[in-house]
Structure formats: C-alpha cells, structure tokens
Design a protein around this ligand. Structure first.
Ligand code: PMP
Length: 305
C-alpha cells in the first residue's frame, strides 16, 4: 500500500493530506471532468529539479482550454505549488500530480461549476515494476481500441481518457503482461495505456503521430529532441501493428514509465529479446540529464530551489 505524504496543495494552500477532500457530488466524480499532469522530480548535482515543469503545466492549461474549464490560478502559481509540495514533503525523486477538476456547483453536463485545483507529490520509483528499466517488459496488443478522433480528444490529458487506459492496462495485467498497447480506431498503432511508443528499425527511431489518438507526450518530445541532437534519425509515421513484431527494438516512454524496454509483444520476442543498443543509448541520454552526463541545453531542469 502507498505511503501517503504529509502535505498536499489544495485550492491555494498547503494542508495536511487527510484534509484535502472533495464533495461526493463534485462534477468530476460523475462525469470525468478533470484535467491533470504527471511530472517527475529528480535529484541532480545542483539539487532537486522538476523535469520540464513549465511544459507540463502548459499542457495542463491546454487540456483545461479544450474543455472550457476556467483555471483559477496562473501558470506561475501552479509551478510554485509544485515546488512547494516537493519542499514541504522533503522529497527529491518524486512524482507530482497537478489536478484541476469541476467541483460542487451543478449537476448538468454544462454546469458552470467552480474549478478546484490540487497538487500532490509522492516518492516514486519505476512505474512498471522493479528491474523493468534494465530487463524490459512483455507487452500485448489490447483488445480495446483508443477513442476515435472527434470523440474524446486524445490531445487533452483529462480524467475521462483514463477509462480507456484502465481497460487497456487492466486487461494486460490480467493476462499476465507488463503493459498493453492500443491500436487507434484506424487500426494503426497508437500508444500504451499511459506511455508513447518508439520502434527501432536500422538504427532509426520510429514513433506514431499525434493523429493516432495519442497524448503528445513530453517524454516523447524529449527523446525526439535528444536523438536529433545526437544525430539519430527520428521518423514520425503511421505504423501498422505487425511492425511491432518486426522491429529491431521497441520501448515505451512516459513520465511515469521513463524509458521501459519491451522484450516481447504478443509472445513474439522483439529483436534479440533483450533491450537493444539504441534503447540503452536513449536511456543513457535521458537519465544523463539528471546526473549531468547529458547537458541540459533547453533549460528542462527546473530547480526546486
Ligand atoms: N500517453 C498517455 C495516455 C499518457 O497517460 C502518458 C503519460 N502522461 C503518456 C502518453 C506520456 O506522456 P508524458 O511523456 O508527457 O508523461
């Protein structure tokens, strides 16, 4: 079971974890009307830093905009709240969860409810289990598809989207797999339950495009940038399912999953069945940001201070 941290930021102030409650008739609880972020902080040689804090919170505001959800705090205030929860709980390597949701104030779908905002943070290691970053996971293609374009917008990181993610992740775990991969309504590859996908062919990285009903991941963007800077070709393109079985290497990426190698899909080994050289290289470049081996050329490390 989870060890709860002591403090949480809720509607403008830090309060004890147990006091950060909401009414059972809050709009979000009934209709999935929340937007959120998942952000990590790391210990670095210059102290704890929150990785791409501003980019994550910009995406929070973008998600709110899509749903016409009024944000009662500025980007700067949410950034400050993130720093405050890390400090108050004495955290270094942690996961942060900013959340904005329609609260109590009406039961109609278009009710103008107040937006409540919280920021939690807790200690977190590898999301998909111990040792997975080194050994990789066994994945399966889900029987559940991602939502179609112009149904639920995949470009928003909204609570309701994660009904789809739960179906994909729970089915995979029930069948004994480490994670599930979903196809888009087109039948082409989309993404993992909570992770974007990269396939390796002949030393190049291939990743699925945002038109495949996926979240425009910040880790995905980070890896595309690091790869291009290192002279590694990156190709964004439609990918049919069978290429999962044919690629040289395959990995998932996301804030929680970081860079998790995939060693098999639907029982077929990926490449040699072990994390490959380009996957390792991307892990080195990515984790190098936090120990200084990879220069922080874009100001991605936002220090807790
Ligand atoms: N896709 C989905 C559905 C996700 O939930 C996440 C995690 N936020 C990602 C992709 C990866 O996004 P990011 O790298 O920004 O964490």
């Amino acid at each position: 079971t989870m060890q709860y941290p002591d403090w949480i930021w809720h509607n403008g102030r830090i309060k004890p974890w147990a006091e950060a409650t909401t009414h059972v008739m809050s709009h979000a609880l009934h209709y999935g009307s929340s937007v959120f972020e998942g952000i990590r902080s790391y210990e670095t040689p210059n102290g704890p830093a929150i990785f791409r804090l501003t980019d994550h919170n910009r995406r929070l505001f973008a998600s709110a905009k899509i749903y016409e959800m009024a944000m009662p705090y500025s980007l700067e205030q949410i950034n400050a709240a993130c720093r405050e929860v890390i400090k108050a709980n004495g955290l270094t390597r942690a996961y942060l969860r900013p959340l904005a949701y329609r609260g109590l104030g009406g039961f109609g779908l278009s009710a103008e409810t107040p937006t409540d905002v919280a920021v939690a943070a807790w200690k977190m290691g590898a999301y998909l289990g111990d040792g997975v970053l080194e050994e990789g996971i066994d994945a399966c293609v889900s029987s559940w598809q991602r939502f179609a374009p112009n149904t639920i917008p995949a470009g928003a990181k909204a609570g309701g989207n994660y009904l789809s993610g739960q179906l994909v992740a729970r089915e995979a775990r029930r069948l004994g797999f480490g994670e599930g991969i979903a196809l888009a309504s087109t039948g082409l590859l989309s993404e993992g339950a909570g992770e974007n996908l990269f396939l390796v062919f002949d030393g190049a990285l291939h990743t699925t495009p945002v038109s495949a009903a996926l979240l425009n991941g910040i880790t995905r963007n980070t890896l595309m940038t690091l790869a291009r800077d290192a002279g590694i070709p990156v190709i964004e393109r439609d990918i049919p399912r069978e290429y999962l079985y044919l690629c040289d290497e395959l990995f998932m990426c996301g804030t929680a999953a970081e860079i998790t190698p995939i060693r098999s899909v639907d029982g077929r080994p990926v490449g040699t069945g072990k994390p490959g050289p380009l996957t390792r290289r991307m892990q080195e470049l990515f984790f190098g940001l936090f120990d200084g081996r990879t220069p922080d050329r874009y100001g991605w490390l936002e220090y807790v201070g």
